[in-house]
Design a binder for this molecule. Structure first.
Ligand SMILES: Cc1ncc(COP(=O)(O)O)c(C=O)c1O
Length: 400
């Protein structure tokens, strides 16, 4: 018998070598208590959270939490059914209405996760004879959506408008084409040149889907994402998003103005063949989305935090993923996995949690310490964070 697990041996060995050096497992941290969107207790110690995607700090908002508690009392703990059977409650409709209002779009469809939203929409609208032209650094859920639908995948160089145009021009003019882009790329925290990319895609007869997972709530005048900030939201055919970041809970969605959009509810397998979100989750999401519409002050403060952290880390001598802050994600580039893991642990010992990211999730084989800021980090906390980076960076030899 061939052990089907033997393909994982190199990874098992790499992991064991790392842990034998006495390092804390960076992929197995337990949050013993979460006190707020910016502070938790880890290993018995107060820890500032700088790796949570909780960009707008909605997880402890009293109205959001209150809506969830009410829904638990009124509708119970779960729906135990698919959206197309017994799993559509008034709360599911209400959160879809909140999304339609937030994006000013005609249609909204809620999935159980953002992963399933990409998986479902991409695989359903682009099939075997269609082409999906996508940025090579696209999220795993986008690639998995392409694979599930069996479409022809045409990748192009990250954020390269000319490369996108060249690929589009080589495809048969009459073929179905879907260009898939992200507003913010979550590994380096850089934004896409959507204005140019959407124009090139439309000029070459392609539909456009933009995943705004990391920009919703924060980027754009009303928090609708990079497509809004760059003035092309009306030209985008589908926006994918998640409730697991700025919205502060779990779930995924697609919004669109396509007149035939609603048919997806019958043919999209990751929507049909899975249970719907619990009533408490959709209630918290709807409340949070409506509050995000009026969060200009929080957006402004988050930009301040992002700029302050980016400038401070650069001044300390760290190499960063972007020349300028472009989002709430600041990626610190580490020379290798061992140093990255040592720095991650040194930061944790200082009282700071960040994400350690490594291939295959990262581009170009990079090891990254990903910092994701929250609108509720105070100016003092950002100062504390910089002090911790200075101490850990010197202790591990990352900076002098
Ligand atoms: C760009 C992008 N799309 C989709 C997702 C999936 O979101 P969810 O956590 O809701 O499954 C993520 C999650 O990290 C993401 O980064």
């Amino acid at each position: 018998m061939t052990d089907l697990f033997s393909k994982f041996d190199p990874l098992i060995e790499q992991r064991e070598t790392l842990l034998q050096s006495g390092l804390t497992d960076p992929f197995n941290l337990v949050m013993e208590k979460v006190e707020s969107p910016t502070v938790a207790i880890c290993n018995g110690r107060r820890t500032i959270l700088l790796g949570t995607y909780n960009y707008m700090g909605m997880t402890f908002d009293p109205e959001v939490v209150g809506a969830g508690k009410n829904a638990l009392d009124e509708f119970g703990s779960g729906t135990t059914g698919s959206r197309v059977l017994n799993g559509t409650y008034s709360g599911h409709r209400a959160v879809e209405q909140a999304l339609k209002d937030f994006y000013a779009m005609d249609h909204a469809m809620v999935f159980s996760t953002g992963y399933q939203a990409n998986l479902g929409v991409i695989s359903t609208i682009a099939g075997k004879d269609d082409y999906i032209i996508l940025d090579i650094d696209s999220h795993a859920s986008i690639y998995d959506g392409c694979a599930l639908g069996n479409a022809q995948i045409v990748p192009f160089r990250h954020n390269d408008v000319e490369a996108l145009e060249k690929r589009l021009k080589r495809l048969p003019p009459e073929a179905g084409k879907l260009v898939v882009l992200e507003g913010v790329y979550s590994m380096l925290g850089d934004t896409a040149p959507l204005r140019e990319m959407v124009a090139v895609s439309k000029a070459n007869g392609a539909m456009v889907l933009v995943d705004e997972a990391h920009s919703m709530g924060f980027i754009g005048e009303r928090g609708r994402g990079v497509a809004e900030a760059q003035g092309v939201i009306d030209d985008v055919d589908f926006i994918i998003g998640t409730f697991s970041k700025s919205v502060g809970t779990v779930g995924g969605f697609c919004v669109s103005n396509h007149p035939k959009f609603e048919i997806l509810r019958l043919v999209c397998r990751p929507y049909v063949f899975t249970a719907s979100l619990p009533p408490s989750v959709v209630a918290t999401a709807a409340t949070s989305i409506r509050k995000l519409m009026d969060s200009a002050d929080k957006r402004a403060h988050l930009w301040e935090n992002s700029k302050r952290l980016h400038a401070g880390l650069r001044q300390l001598g760290f190499k960063l993923g972007t020349g300028e802050p472009q989002s709430a994600i600041i990626a610190v580039i580490m020379p290798d996995l061992e140093t990255g893991a040592a720095m991650w642990e040194a930061l944790l010992n200082e009282g700071l949690y960040v994400n350690l990211a490594r291939p295959p999730a990262t581009p170009a084989g990079m090891t990254l310490l990903r910092c994701s800021l929250c609108a509720l980090h105070s100016e003092e906390q950002v100062g504390e964070i910089l002090g911790m980076f200075a101490a850990a960076g010197r202790a591990t030899g990352c900076i002098s």
